[in-house]
Write a protein that binds this ligand. Structure first.
Ligand SMILES: Cc1ncc(COP(=O)(O)O)c(C=O)c1O
Length: 364
């Protein structure tokens, strides 16, 4: 048992899934893991204690199915987001990946298309294809920005059913202005998802697309607890949109998709939002330190509003990735030639990365 008896190609797999590669960022047990944009700071002890109490309480009723509408959690997210967002506008799932999957299941699917400005979050094409839709990649300027005119032109041309705007963009860190988002919305006919997974790391006065929700019934603003909230392992993502759009997602979700333990943990964590978010400033400081230092040693970092930095000027990305790996530091080769991406970790982790990089002689 457990031996591989046939190959994937021999199974009656859907034709449109043949040849695809699953998401597979390495999970190597290295001392300094900075490759998947996690918050590397642990949850503060006092919050962990409160979450534990909430989960213990939920366990007493775990013989029953959870609240299918995760009412208390939705209220918590609405309070946290502000901008006048109400509980009826909130949806949540097991990570924002599942939120995005729900959107694609409801509004994408066979015969439909989804669009995004490449390079962007690698799961958009995978989720799109898994629902049977076709992925259409738009383009960015050389510095990875997109201006309103080009964005609107490309989106109108594509005529996609779902448009993904990653703001700030992964893997480049590039911000996107509300002006661009408005222009894309006006030029589109389908659902426009603004993925604000990294919004908490943007400057405090940077606007959120949440401000654009009133009167835009095809707009979705997606967020996650995986990054700023240091809650990646709990798998909690959420979004805000028109209540009618949220209703559409009830058609595709699995019944009781958010477990009572997840709901209890996330609700308790949200009660401590300010404590959970207290490391954000520290992470932003490390991000800016990475930008300044990699530039000083001869690489070309891009401005980032997220918790990571993409840098170019790498002679051979695979070689530098391996050299860092051999020094105990895991970063991400995102497939852009001569570039690597690194997550801003704790001060010590960031120092370990910068020292390791400085000890490798491969800046071009
Ligand atoms: C832009 C973006 N959106 C969504 C996600 C998924 O986050 P999660 O499913 O953990 O909420 C990520 C994770 O890296 C991301 O970079």
């Amino acid at each position: 048992m457990g031996e591989v008896s046939i190959r994937l190609d021999d199974l009656p797999l859907r034709d449109d899934l043949r040849g695809l590669t699953p998401y597979g960022a390495p999970q190597a047990p290295l001392p300094v893991a900075l490759n998947v944009n996690e918050n590397t700071h642990p949850v503060p002890q006092e919050v962990a204690d409160d979450i534990l109490d909430a989960v213990a309480l939920a366990l007493r009723d775990v013989n029953r199915y959870p609240d299918r509408e995760f009412t208390e959690l939705r209220e918590g997210f609405a309070d946290y987001l502000g901008y006048g967002v109400t509980r009826e506008q909130i949806w949540a799932a097991n990570g924002s990946n599942e939120v995005l999957q729900h959107v694609l299941q409801a509004f994408g699917g066979p015969g439909r298309t989804a669009f995004g400005f490449a390079p962007t979050y690698s799961m958009y094409p995978l989720l799109t294809r898994a629902t049977g839709a076709t992925w259409v990649a738009g383009s960015r300027a050389a510095d990875f920005s997109v201006d309103a005119e080009s964005a609107a032109f490309q989106v109108a041309e594509a005529g996609a059913d779902v448009v993904f705007l990653c703001a700030p963009n992964n893997p480049t860190g590039t911000p996107m202005t509300l002006e661009v988002i408005e222009a894309v919305y006006d030029a589109s006919r389908g659902i426009v998802v603004v993925d604000e997974a990294y919004q908490e790391f943007a400057p405090r006065d940077a606007g959120s697309a949440l401000a654009l929700l009133p009167g835009r019934e095809r707009l979705v603003v997606s967020r996650t607890m995986s990054k700023a909230f240091a809650f990646a392992g709990a798998r909690v993502g959420y979004m805000a949109a028109d209540p009618a759009l949220v209703d559409a997602l009830r058609l595709v979700r699995l019944p009781y998709h958010l477990s009572s333990l997840t709901q209890a943990a996330a609700t308790a964590a949200l009660r401590h939002a300010s404590t959970m978010l207290q490391m954000v400033d520290e992470i932003v400081a490390q991000r800016d330190r990475i930008g300044a230092t990699v530039e000083a040693i001869g690489y070309e970092p891009y401005d980032s509003w997220a918790n990571f930095v993409l840098f170019g000027g790498v002679e051979d990305s695979a070689e530098t990735w391996q050299a860092l790996y051999d020094r105990g530091v895991l970063v991400r080769d995102v497939g852009i030639p001569h570039h690597l991406r690194v997550t801003a970790g704790t001060e010590q982790e960031t120092t370990a990365f910068l020292d390791a990089l400085a000890s490798i002689d491969s800046g071009s």
